[in-house]
Design a protein around this ligand. Structure first.
Ligand code: DC
Length: 206
């Protein structure tokens, strides 16, 4: 079983992906980390992004700095380049084709990476709800910021991710739309699980 989860930043797709992966005992790939790692490594080393993407190692994905907004913006910029998307395609498809099945989350999983996934979720939330979540998350991490700045950076990244020509952020026609604006993580998980179980998939565990 492949579960494809797409949506804009801070909509709750990462948390949902991790919970579904644990529930169904599936490996999980946060594909945003790939773009973040390529963007940040290229920026810091001055090496061409294509070269970084071609040589990307799984150990490159463990850097805590990948969670920063600098890495998010750098990732969003390299993600607009078709050459980079091509270089990261096989790695993602290989992950999705494991015998166990897999959960992948990103922007183009249901449309480009796994168009045949039996379960597709498009997780979204209002810009305000997403900015508020990101703001709280940054404060909890001790980052000194203000909400208008978080909102502006999010709007810039949303625009770049949705308006680019190469694999723009959009829901697959057969995706289940989950608006988490008024949901907490438990409610989002329950709604996604109900959809997946209606499709006939159940966890084999106790
Ligand atoms: O989900 P995230 O914020 O970690 O993603 C970082 C950037 O990577 C995001 O702005 C867009 C890009 N991205 C993408 O284009 N395709 C994906 N499948 C995942 C992320």
């Amino acid at each position: 079983m492949v579960i494809a989860i797409d949506g804009p930043s801070a909509a709750g797709k990462g948390t949902l992906a991790r919970r579904l992966a644990a529930h169904f005992r599936l490996p999980h790939l946060d594909t945003g980390l790939l773009y973040r790692a390529v963007g940040l490594l290229a920026e810091k080393s001055g090496r061409p992004a294509g070269e970084v993407a071609a040589g990307l190692q799984s150990s490159d994905l463990a850097d805590p700095e990948l969670r920063t907004d600098r890495a998010g913006q750098a990732g969003s910029k390299v993600a607009a380049l078709p050459e980079i998307r091509d270089k990261l395609l096989n790695l993602q498809r290989k992950f999705a084709s494991q015998a166990s099945g897999a959960v992948l989350d990103g922007r183009d999983i249901g449309t480009i990476i796994c168009p045949d996934a039996p379960v597709k979720l498009f997780v979204t939330a209002s810009t305000d709800a997403r900015a508020e979540r990101r703001y709280q998350e940054l404060r909890e991490r001790g980052v000194d910021t203000i909400k208008p700045r978080v909102l502006a950076e999010m709007a810039e990244r949303d625009r770049r991710d949705s308006e680019r020509a190469a694999a723009p952020l959009k829901a697959a026609p057969d995706a289940f739309l989950l608006d988490t604006s008024d949901m907490d993580a438990d409610a989002a998980f329950a709604a996604a699980l109900a959809f997946i179980e209606r499709k006939g998939f159940r966890s084999s565990g106790p």
